[in-house]
Each structure stands twice: as C-alpha cells, then as structure tokens.
Design a protein around this ligand. Sequence first.
Ligand code: PEP
Ligand code: MG
Length: 539
Amino acid sequence: MKIYQGKSVVAGTAIGTIRFYSQDRPAISPEKTADTAGETARYERAKAQALKELEELCGKTAGEAGEDAAAIFRGHGMILADEEFNASILQRIRAGKSSAAYAVSSAADQFCRMFAQMEDPYLRERASDVRDAAQRVIRILQGGMCSAVPGDEPVILAAVDLSPSETVQMDRDRLLGFVTELGSDSSHTAILARTMRIPALCGIPAGEELDGRPAVLDGAGGKLIVDPDEETLAKYRARQEEERRQRDLLGKLKGKKTVTADGTEVCLCANIGSAADVDAALENDAEGIGLFRSEFLYLEKDRLPTEEEQFQVYRQVAERMQGRPVVIRTLDIGADKQAAYLNLAREENPAMGYRAIRICLDRPEIFRTQLRAILRAAAYGRIGILFPMVISVWEVQQAKKYVEESRMELRRAGIACGDVELGVMIETPAAVILGGPLAEEVDFFSIGTNDLTQYTLAIDRRNGTLDRFYDARHPAVLEMIRMTVENGHRGGCRVGICGELAADVSLTETFLKMGVDELSVAPGSVLPVREAVRRISLK
Ligand code: PEP
Ligand code: MG
C-alpha cells in the first residue's frame, strides 16, 4: 500500500483501477511555409471548425453540468475570436512564414506567459484556458480526433494535466475520479469536476507506473492510496456508502422546507469555520449559517487579522448566503484554541479560564476591530452577532455598548454599516439560570451544548478517559435546554441549538416539543436532520 498526499480539488471517494492517460500531443515543429495565403485560409477554416465544436460543447455541458460550466467553453470561443490573439497568429503566418499550427502554438505560448505572470491566482489559471482553446485548433489543423478515456471499465484517471475540454468529453459513467500532477483547485478543470461531482485531486505525481493499479481516491483528504489493504478498502467502502446516502437525501430533500408532518417549521442552518465552508453549507441546502466560528480567522494567522481582512471574509459569507441569516460568533479564543501571538498566560485550568468574551471585554481594541468588520459586512447581508461564554448580564450590556460605539464610529467616518441582530450563546449553567434577564438584552439565544455539557456535568470535554460519564443527553443537560427555551421565549427571544447535540436525530422530536426554533449543525448533517424533522408529528 502506498499513500500519495496531494491537494483536494473535489471531495468524494472513488475506488477502482487507475488508468494513466497520456495526451501524446504531436510535437509542432517550427517549419516555414512559402504558401502564406494557403496557411492563412487553413487557419481560418480550423478556427471556424473549433468555434462550431465549442458551440456544441457549450450545449452539451449546459445540459449535463449547468450554465456556469458551459460558460467555460463560451470563454474558449471568446479567446479564439479575440482580435489581438488572431492578429498575433496571422502575423506569425504572414511575416514569419510559420505553418498555421506553429503560429497558433507560439501565439498561445506568448499569451499563456502573459497570464501566468499575473498576480491574481484566478487570472493566472486562465493560461490553461488559452492552452486548451489553442490545442483545439491545432488538433483540427493536424487532422486529430478528440481524445477520450480508453477502455470500457470505469476508472480512476491519472494524468499529468487535464484540460476542461478533455474533462467534459470523458464519459461520466466511466470516470470514477481523477488525479493530476498539475492544476489547482481554482482551475476550470476543477470547476467542471465540482459541478459534475467527480472526486478529484491535484499534486499527485502521475506516470505510467500507476496504470492498472487498484486504488482509493480520498477526495476530501487529498490522498491517493495505491494498492490499498483490506482494512483501508472496508473503511472507504463504508464512507462511499455514507456519501451515497447523502446524495440520495440531497436528491430527495434539496429545496424542501424543514417542516414537521403537521406543519411546524424549523430553521435549519449550518455551522462553519471559514468562508470556504459556505460551499458545503449551500451544497447541503442550509437555510442560513447558524454559527460562524470566527476564531479560525485568528488561529490561521501569526498576528491579529485586520478589520479589512475580516470584513472581506464576513462580507463574502453574507453575500454568498444571499439574504439568508448568517450568525457570526465573536472571537472565542482561549482554552483549547490558543494563538501564540496573543501571549496569553499558561493556565492550570484553561477551559475555566481566560477565554472568549472575557478576553474581548479585557482587550477592547481586539473586540472593536472585529465588531467594526462585522457591522460593515452587515451592509451586504443579514447578519447576527453572537457573544460566547457569557455568564453575566453586565457582560452582554458591555458588549452591546461596544457594538453601539463601533457603529457610531463607522457612521461618523461615513462608512456603510448594516443592522444586526444580537444573540447570546447559552453554554454555561449561569447563562441558563439567567435566561430571563439575558433575554431582555438580545434578540436570540444559541445553545452551545458542547460547553454546556462540560460545565453542567463538570467534565472536561477533551478528556477521553471520562467518556463513560460525559453524556450530552444527560437529563440535566436536557433540562437546561428546556429552561433556556422557556426563558428565551418569555423574553421574546428565538432559541436555537448550535452544539453537536443539534444533529442528534434521536433528540430532534424532544427539541421540537420543547419549542426549539432553530437547529444549526455541520453541513453534512443538514439533510439528515431535515429528514428527521419531516417525519415528526408534534400533535
Ligand atoms: C458549543 O460549545 O456547543 C459550541 C457550539 O461552541 P464550541 O464547540 O465552538 O465551543
Ligand atoms: Mg462553546
């Protein structure tokens, strides 16, 4: 068994035999021609043929993978029709007396170099589109056919590189997944693979030696496992089964409401830790983001993220959710989430120590920076701010003061900001007991059952030796949830659950009977929970 670590392009598991695909493109020699008029005409005919092929490909792709994917080939058509590109080719034929194929190839090289030097990674990737479009004309000039995956068996395709044209022309039923050595997750080949739901990796050294070998492609983990042993195969077969179940659910429940059989609606949201996770939330049809754990923005850096950096991320999430609610939890750092640059003192008991709102209220410069970024992003979507680890009413009042001050600052500076709803995480017994007065202060409660369990049961949530005693379904925890819903509703607050317990479908009915308004779960749990809700009747 050999494991190659590459980079994930499209998540998903594929199990099968590898077929090494070599493009074998004939070399184009720089031969001279005396018949420049003849080569010009040949070029024009080949270009017309290529544009026709691209038009057909657009239609086929739109049907199979949607309009966004089809736009890739519309873009190739635009490259071939581009005036500057054409002038550069014709100039090479006429003045340089090059063959048409050589002229196209060297003009494409020049344009690719131009794109490859661009700073923006998206534009850099467009070099491969120029190469792909030019390759189509060259193939026609050389009288070649479109290449395709050889053989009849479904395979995992390995290649040094794959162009969008090659990818879309492959028979989807025979393509279990693909790995390439080159490429990136923002290439058009990656975008196509994503819309066609083909598990894919890049950064895997691909050569003849892989051909015919059994393998597992772990799209999410970025791994290609060649010659897997039985244990590995069993693990990935189970994962494939789970993915299949998820796809079935997706087909059945995407676009449907989260509503009980007798008509009670629940808001079913996703928890995310980065802007990239919005893909998974949308893919699983989440009705909003119920918890954005913003601390990951701080943990991935070796310094505090600036207001502008945070604003860009929050704005992107808000815009991509298109008016659906996005709840951003303010910095919940400390305990098991440490950022060295904050120089926090070592603590004997960090879970009960200096963390979350305690740090924010002590270091308002950090808190205000984040609040300003969130308020600015609120001009682009529906945003809620959630305060973590609250134990006292004064903490919330103080936090609200900072929100208001930040809003005034932005207004005075003429910077756009939007309205936000405010919420408290209910994750300490103190917050549960103070549910009444806390509800007077905010618009919503979000119950963090992970911490609520640890603080209610006095069990460190990371201590595996106490697993026997740690029970998130403990009657004391369930009673805490019930009390929170009651107190929240009495004070006019919506009440949701965003801890792991929200995804426990054996408790969904209990939660709904308590009157929980919202459940926020990992993106992969959205549809299983929707399925559970739709089976429940509350009467
Ligand atoms: C929780 O405590 O339940 C929660 C959602 O927050 P975290 O897991 O990030 O502490
Ligand atoms: Mg928590």
